[in-house]
Design a protein around this ligand. Structure first.
Ligand SMILES: *[C@@H]1O[C@H](CO)[C@@H](O)[C@H](O)[C@H]1NC(C)=O
Ligand SMILES: *[C@@H]1O[C@H](CO)[C@@H](O)[C@H](O)[C@H]1NC(C)=O
Ligand SMILES: *[C@@H]1O[C@H](CO)[C@@H](O)[C@H](O)[C@H]1NC(C)=O
Ligand SMILES: *[C@@H]1O[C@H](CO)[C@@H](O)[C@H](O)[C@H]1NC(C)=O
Ligand SMILES: *[C@@H]1O[C@H](CO)[C@@H](O)[C@H](O)[C@H]1NC(C)=O
Ligand SMILES: *[C@@H]1O[C@H](CO)[C@@H](O)[C@H](O)[C@H]1NC(C)=O
Ligand SMILES: *[C@@H]1O[C@H](CO)[C@@H](O)[C@H](O)[C@H]1NC(C)=O
Ligand SMILES: *[C@@H]1O[C@H](CO)[C@@H](O)[C@H](O)[C@H]1NC(C)=O
Ligand SMILES: *[C@@H]1O[C@H](CO)[C@@H](O)[C@H](O)[C@H]1NC(C)=O
Length: 412
C-alpha cells in the first residue's frame, strides 16, 4: 500500500467529448446500459451516476451526479475485452449503470441473468450467456449482487469493494476481487497513526457495509494492538449522502464534536460522496484538522479539486498500488470521432456543453480523468477472465478445443 498526500487541486474543468464504441440502448423505465453481442457475455456494474433521489418513501428513482471518471472506467472494461483474443470466440458485454443503488443494482443483475440474447435484435436467442460479472464498486452493492449471482453460480469480480465481510466464502462463494480486503487497509491506517505518534483519533464511518465494517475493524485494531485512544466513533445515517436538512443537522453536530475534541486525526472511513459533504462543511465552518482518507476517497479528483480544500487542513490517504492501463490513454484520445453512446448521451442531455474548448483541450481534459487504480483493477479483472476462458476452453493460438457453451461455475 502506498501513502498519498493530498494537497491542492490538480483538476481541469470538464469538456465536451464524444466517444464510443459500442451500440447501446436506453429506453423509458429501463436501466441505462450498453450492450455488445458476443458468444460469451461479460456483465458489468458501474455507478456511472453516483446517486439517486432515494428517500424514505418508495417510488420510482432517478439518477444524478453523472461521474466522468466512472464512465471512463466502464470504457476500460470494453477496451480490455477487445484485447482478449480467443480463436473464433467473440466476447461481448452488457454494462449497467447502477447509480450506486442496491435496488437498481439488483434489478440490473436480474436483467443480466435473464437477458441472454441481444435485446435489440429480433433474432432467435443466441447462445450468448453471461458467465461472469465485473462489479460493483461499493461493497454494499456488491454484497447484494453476490447473493443473487451465487444462485446461478455466476462468478463476480469486484474492482473496488474492499469490505472484509466479502471475504466470507460461505456467504459469498462466487465473489472474487482484484482489490485487497480492508483487513490490510485498517492495519495501514493504524500504522500511520502510530508513526506520527498521535494519541487520540476520531473515527467517522457510514451506515453501509463499507463504513460499518471498516470503522469496526479500525476500532478493534486500535484497542487491541495499541494504546491509541479512539475518542468517539460516529456512524453517519444511511441517507447522509442525500445532503438534506437532516444531513445538515447531523453535520453541524459532528463538526461541533470535532471542534470540541483534541483528537490529532479524524479518520473518514466512508465513500467519496459522504467525505465530500463533510469536507465541504468543514471548510465552511473553518474546521482545520488532520484527516485520514480511506481508499474510497483518497484519490477522488472531485475532493482534491474542491475550492479551498486546503482550509480543511491536511489529508493523508491510502491508495492501493497504482499502474497505468497500457494503451488506454491513447485509446481515449483517439475516440473523439466515434459515435455517441447512451451513457455519454445521457450526460450531455443534462449538462451544458463546454463547447468552446479546443479539440486538444477536450482531449487533455478527458485524459486527466483516467485514474491508475480502479481502472487498472478493472483491466486486471478482464484479463483474469480472458486467461480463465483460455484455459477452460483449452485454446491455443489457432483454436479452442471446447465451444463457448459451458456452465458458469466452471469459470471459477
Ligand atoms: C421521512 O423523513 C422525513 C425527514 O427527512 C420525516 O419527516 C418523515 O417522517 C419520514 N417518513 C417516514 C415514513 O419515515
Ligand atoms: C425521483 O425522481 C423521479 C423523476 O423526477 C420522480 O418520479 C420520483 O418520484 C422521485 N422519487 C423520489 C423518491 O423522490
Ligand atoms: C432484456 O432487457 C430489456 C432491456 O434492455 C428488457 O426490456 C427485457 O425485458 C429483458 N428481457 C428479459 C427476458 O429479461
Ligand atoms: C462542545 O463544548 C461546549 C462547551 O464545552 C458544550 O456546550 C457543547 O455541548 C459541546 N458540543 C458537543 C456536540 O459536544
Ligand atoms: C450540502 O447541502 C448544503 C446546504 O444545502 C450545501 O451548502 C452544500 O454545498 C452541499 N454539499 C455538497 C457536497 O453538495
Ligand atoms: C491549520 O492548522 C495548522 C496547525 O495548527 C496550521 O499550521 C495551518 O496553517 C492551518 N491552516 C489554515 C488554512 O489555517
Ligand atoms: C478521426 O480518426 C481518424 C483516424 O483514426 C483521423 O485520421 C481523423 O483525423 C479523425 N478525425 C477527427 C475529426 O478527429
Ligand atoms: C468558454 O466560455 C466561457 C463563458 O461562456 C468563458 O468564461 C471561458 O473563458 C471560455 N473558455 C474558453 C477556453 O474559451
Ligand atoms: C472454430 O473454427 C473451426 C474452423 O473454422 C471450427 O472447426 C471450430 O468448431 C470452431 N470452434 C469453435 C469453438 O467455435
Amino acid at each position: 500500500m502506498h501513502m498519498l498526500y493530498l494537497h491542492g487541486p490538480t483538476m481541469f474543468l470538464m469538456g465536451l467529448f464524444f466517444m464510443s464504441v459500442f451500440h447501446s440502448s436506453f429506453g423509458e423505465n429501463s436501466l441505462l446500459h450498453a450492450y455488445y453481442h458476443g458468444d460469451i457475455i461479460i456483465g458489468g456494474l458501474f455507478p456511472i451516476h453516483l446517486k439517486t433521489n432515494r428517500t424514505n418513501t418508495s417510488g420510482p428513482l432517478s439518477c444524478s451526479d453523472y461521474d466522468v471518471q466512472m464512465f471512463l472506467r466502464s470504457q476500460v472494461m470494453i477496451y480490455a475485452i477487445r484485447e482478449i483474443k480467443l480463436p473464433n470466440i467473440t466476447i461481448g458485454y452488457d454494462i449497467y449503470d447502477t447509480c450506486g443503488d442496491v435496488s437498481l443494482a439488483v434489478r440490473a443483475t436480474l436483467e443480466l441473468l435473464n437477458n441472454q440474447s441481444d435485446p435489440q435484435s429480433c433474432l432467435l436467442p443466441s447462445e450468448a450467456q453471461m458467465k461472469v460479472v465485473i462489479g460493483e464498486r461499493y461493497s454494499e452493492v456488491s454484497i447484494a449482487v453476490a447473493r443473487i449471482v451465487a444462485l446461478s453460480s455466476v462468478a463476480q469480480i469486484s474492482y473496488a469493494s474492499t469490505s472484509k465481510f466479502l471475504s466470507d466464502r460461505f456467504k459469498f462463494p462466487t465473489f472474487l476481487r482484484t482489490v485487497p480486503s480492508d483487513k490490510y487497509q485498517t492495519r495501514g491506517i493504524v500504522e500511520l497513526v502510530k508513526t506520527f505518534l498521535w494519541q487520540t483519533v476520531i473515527i467517522v464511518g457510514s451506515d453501509d457495509e463499507y463504513g460499518l465494517f471498516g470503522s469496526d475493524s479500525l476500532e478493534d485494531t486500535f484497542s487491541q494492538d495499541t494504546n491509541i485512544c479512539v475518542e468517539f466513533v460516529q456512524i453517519l445515517s444511511a441517507d447522509f449522502m442525500t445532503n438534506n436538512s437532516q444531513t445538515q443537522t447531523e453535520l453541524t453536530e459532528l463538526l461541533e464534536k470535532i471542534k470540541n475534541s483534541s483528537a490529532e486525526a479524524i479518520i473518514l472511513f466512508t465513500k467519496d460522496t459522504n467525505a465530500e459533504i463533510i469536507l465541504e462543511a468543514a471548510i465552511r465552518h473553518k474546521v482545520n484538522r488532520t484527516w485520514i482518507a480511506s481508499d474510497a476517497w483518497s484519490s477522488s479528483p472531485k475532493i482534491s479539486a474542491m475550492p479551498d480544500i486546503k482550509l480543511a487542513g491536511e489529508v493523508f490517504g491510502f491508495i492501493f498500488k497504482q499502474k497505468e492501463v497500457p494503451g488506454f490513454k491513447d485509446h481515449v484520445m483517439s475516440m473523439f470521432n466515434g459515435t455517441e453512446n447512451a451513457l455519454l448521451k445521457d450526460y450531455l442531455t443534462q449538462n451544458p456543453l463546454c463547447s468552446n474548448q479546443s479539440v486538444e483541450g477536450r482531449k487533455k481534459c478527458l485524459a486527466s480523468y483516467i485514474d491508475q487504480d480502479e481502472s487498472y483493477r478493472i483491466y486486471l479483472a478482464v484479463q483474469v477472465i480472458g486467461e480463465g476462458l483460455r484455459r477452460l476452453l483449452k485454446c491455443d493460438t489457432h483454436q479452442c478445443e471446447h465451444s463457448s457453451k459451458f456452465t458458469a461455475s466452471e469459470v471459477q
